[in-house]
Design a binder for this molecule. Sequence first.
Ligand SMILES: [Ca+2]
Length: 88
Amino acid sequence: MSRFLDSVSIIISTFCKHAKEDGDQSKLSRRRMKEFIQKEFADAIAVSTIDKILQFLEWDGDGEIDFNEFLLLVFRVAKACYWYLQKG
Ligand SMILES: [Ca+2]
């Protein structure tokens, strides 16, 4: 598998792993998503910011994070990392 597809596979398996641990294999609760963001970005994001991120991500208002909403986080992080690396 190419490096790019490996990365996509990791994103999918990360979402599925956390969704499965949350009971429903297709969605994460806001609580689980908050824990995920806290764990993954502990050094970079303040707790108060995480709630704002969750409001942005959870745009359909059903109280859970589906894969499309999870991808919004991936896109934002990828864009932020890209711009950070460009500044070099
Ligand atoms: Ca949702």
